[in-house]
Design a protein around this ligand. Structure first.
Ligand SMILES: [Zn+2]
Ligand SMILES: [Zn+2]
Length: 172
Protein backbone atom coordinates (compact mmCIF):
# COMPACT_ATOMS: atom_id res chain seq x y z
CA UNK A 1 0.00 0.00 0.00
CA UNK A 2 1.81 3.06 -1.31
CA UNK A 3 1.06 6.45 0.19
CA UNK A 4 1.60 9.40 -2.08
CA UNK A 5 3.05 12.09 0.19
CA UNK A 6 1.66 14.89 -1.99
CA UNK A 7 -1.84 13.55 -1.61
CA UNK A 8 -2.04 13.35 2.15
CA UNK A 9 -4.97 15.62 3.05
CA UNK A 10 -4.52 18.38 5.63
CA UNK A 11 -6.57 16.43 8.16
CA UNK A 12 -4.38 13.38 7.65
CA UNK A 13 -5.18 9.83 6.61
CA UNK A 14 -6.94 7.29 8.79
CA UNK A 15 -6.30 3.74 7.72
CA UNK A 16 -7.72 0.60 9.26
CA UNK A 17 -6.70 -2.42 7.27
CA UNK A 18 -5.58 -6.04 7.32
CA UNK A 19 -2.19 -6.85 5.85
CA UNK A 20 -1.11 -10.28 4.72
CA UNK A 21 2.58 -11.16 4.85
CA UNK A 22 4.52 -14.31 4.11
CA UNK A 23 6.14 -15.99 7.07
CA UNK A 24 9.40 -15.83 5.12
CA UNK A 25 9.29 -12.03 5.47
CA UNK A 26 9.65 -12.31 9.23
CA UNK A 27 12.93 -12.14 11.13
CA UNK A 28 11.76 -15.04 13.29
CA UNK A 29 12.48 -18.19 11.31
CA UNK A 30 9.89 -20.57 12.73
CA UNK A 31 6.99 -18.16 12.95
CA UNK A 32 3.68 -18.86 11.24
CA UNK A 33 0.79 -16.41 10.92
CA UNK A 34 -2.46 -17.50 12.54
CA UNK A 35 -4.24 -14.23 11.72
CA UNK A 36 -3.60 -11.40 9.29
CA UNK A 37 -1.96 -8.30 10.71
CA UNK A 38 -4.54 -5.68 11.58
CA UNK A 39 -3.25 -2.12 11.57
CA UNK A 40 -4.95 1.12 12.56
CA UNK A 41 -2.81 3.97 11.39
CA UNK A 42 -2.91 7.75 11.24
CA UNK A 43 -0.65 9.45 8.71
CA UNK A 44 -0.15 13.19 9.06
CA UNK A 45 1.99 15.65 7.21
CA UNK A 46 3.47 18.62 9.02
CA UNK A 47 5.90 20.61 6.93
CA UNK A 48 8.46 18.14 5.58
CA UNK A 49 7.75 15.56 8.23
CA UNK A 50 5.40 12.63 8.02
CA UNK A 51 4.05 11.38 11.33
CA UNK A 52 2.81 7.82 11.44
CA UNK A 53 1.16 6.60 14.61
CA UNK A 54 -0.82 3.47 15.07
CA UNK A 55 -1.37 0.05 16.51
CA UNK A 56 -0.92 -3.38 15.08
CA UNK A 57 -2.35 -6.64 16.28
CA UNK A 58 -1.92 -10.19 15.12
CA UNK A 59 -1.45 -13.73 16.34
CA UNK A 60 1.47 -15.92 15.36
CA UNK A 61 2.71 -19.37 16.19
CA UNK A 62 6.30 -19.39 17.44
CA UNK A 63 8.58 -22.27 18.35
CA UNK A 64 10.09 -22.11 21.83
CA UNK A 65 13.87 -21.98 21.65
CA UNK A 66 14.22 -24.15 24.77
CA UNK A 67 11.60 -26.90 24.54
CA UNK A 68 10.96 -26.61 20.78
CA UNK A 69 7.20 -26.65 21.34
CA UNK A 70 4.96 -24.35 19.32
CA UNK A 71 3.21 -21.62 21.27
CA UNK A 72 1.02 -18.63 20.47
CA UNK A 73 2.65 -15.23 20.28
CA UNK A 74 0.18 -12.37 20.45
CA UNK A 75 1.17 -8.99 19.06
CA UNK A 76 -0.59 -5.86 20.28
CA UNK A 77 1.78 -2.98 19.88
CA UNK A 78 1.82 0.74 19.30
CA UNK A 79 4.22 2.77 17.22
CA UNK A 80 4.99 6.40 16.74
CA UNK A 81 7.26 7.25 13.81
CA UNK A 82 8.59 10.28 12.01
CA UNK A 83 9.68 10.09 8.39
CA UNK A 84 11.70 12.75 6.63
CA UNK A 85 12.20 13.31 2.88
CA UNK A 86 15.33 11.76 1.37
CA UNK A 87 16.86 15.21 0.73
CA UNK A 88 17.40 15.48 4.47
CA UNK A 89 19.29 12.22 4.68
CA UNK A 90 22.59 14.06 4.18
CA UNK A 91 22.04 15.78 7.51
CA UNK A 92 21.28 12.44 9.15
CA UNK A 93 24.43 12.41 11.30
CA UNK A 94 23.51 15.78 12.70
CA UNK A 95 19.96 14.62 13.35
CA UNK A 96 21.13 11.45 15.06
CA UNK A 97 22.71 13.58 17.78
CA UNK A 98 19.22 14.32 19.03
CA UNK A 99 19.08 10.68 20.08
CA UNK A 100 16.10 10.00 17.86
CA UNK A 101 16.46 7.60 14.99
CA UNK A 102 15.09 9.13 11.82
CA UNK A 103 13.43 7.29 8.99
CA UNK A 104 13.25 8.49 5.41
CA UNK A 105 10.86 8.30 2.53
CA UNK A 106 11.96 8.32 -1.10
CA UNK A 107 10.46 9.74 -4.30
CA UNK A 108 7.64 11.29 -2.26
CA UNK A 109 6.21 7.86 -1.53
CA UNK A 110 5.90 5.68 1.52
CA UNK A 111 5.07 1.99 1.45
CA UNK A 112 2.82 1.50 4.46
CA UNK A 113 3.03 -2.27 4.17
CA UNK A 114 6.79 -2.12 4.60
CA UNK A 115 6.41 0.19 7.59
CA UNK A 116 4.02 -2.30 9.21
CA UNK A 117 6.30 -5.26 8.51
CA UNK A 118 9.27 -3.46 10.05
CA UNK A 119 7.28 -2.58 13.15
CA UNK A 120 5.99 -6.13 13.44
CA UNK A 121 9.50 -7.58 13.27
CA UNK A 122 10.55 -5.20 16.04
CA UNK A 123 8.01 -6.73 18.44
CA UNK A 124 9.67 -10.16 18.34
CA UNK A 125 11.81 -11.40 21.21
CA UNK A 126 15.47 -12.22 20.58
CA UNK A 127 14.92 -15.79 21.76
CA UNK A 128 11.33 -16.98 21.69
CA UNK A 129 10.24 -18.73 24.90
CA UNK A 130 6.89 -20.42 25.56
CA UNK A 131 7.19 -19.09 29.13
CA UNK A 132 9.97 -17.32 30.97
CA UNK A 133 10.45 -20.37 33.20
CA UNK A 134 10.34 -22.96 30.42
CA UNK A 135 12.53 -25.84 31.59
CA UNK A 136 13.39 -27.05 28.12
CA UNK A 137 14.13 -30.61 27.11
CA UNK A 138 15.61 -33.30 29.37
CA UNK A 139 19.18 -33.93 28.20
CA UNK A 140 18.83 -37.62 29.13
CA UNK A 141 15.50 -38.79 27.69
CA UNK A 142 14.68 -35.86 25.39
CA UNK A 143 11.23 -35.30 26.87
CA UNK A 144 9.78 -31.86 27.47
CA UNK A 145 10.35 -31.25 31.18
CA UNK A 146 7.46 -28.74 31.49
CA UNK A 147 5.03 -31.58 30.84
CA UNK A 148 6.33 -33.38 33.88
CA UNK A 149 6.68 -36.80 32.24
CA UNK A 150 10.35 -37.18 32.86
CA UNK A 151 11.72 -38.98 35.88
CA UNK A 152 15.40 -38.75 35.04
CA UNK A 153 17.73 -37.44 37.71
CA UNK A 154 19.68 -34.67 36.10
CA UNK A 155 22.82 -33.36 37.64
CA UNK A 156 22.39 -29.68 36.99
CA UNK A 157 24.52 -28.56 39.87
CA UNK A 158 25.98 -25.10 39.98
CA UNK A 159 29.51 -25.25 38.48
CA UNK A 160 30.78 -23.01 41.29
CA UNK A 161 29.49 -25.53 43.82
CA UNK A 162 31.26 -28.29 41.86
CA UNK A 163 34.50 -26.39 42.11
CA UNK A 164 34.01 -26.06 45.84
CA UNK A 165 33.36 -29.79 46.18
CA UNK A 166 36.52 -30.56 44.21
CA UNK A 167 38.43 -28.19 46.43
CA UNK A 168 37.21 -29.99 49.56
CA UNK A 169 38.01 -33.38 48.02
CA UNK A 170 41.53 -32.28 47.14
CA UNK A 171 42.13 -31.13 50.69
CA UNK A 172 41.37 -34.52 52.12
ZN1 LIG B 1 9.39 -23.84 26.04
ZN1 LIG C 1 14.35 -37.28 31.23
Amino acid sequence: MIIDIDRIPAEGLQISKNFEFFSTELVEENAVFMEPVHARVTVKKLGDEIFITGTLTTLLSFVCSRCLSPYEFKVDSEFDLVYLPEELEITKDQLEEDDISHLFFYSNKLDLKEVILEQLNLTFPLRPLCSSDCRGICPICGKIINEGHCSCVTDDADPRLEQFKNFLRDKR
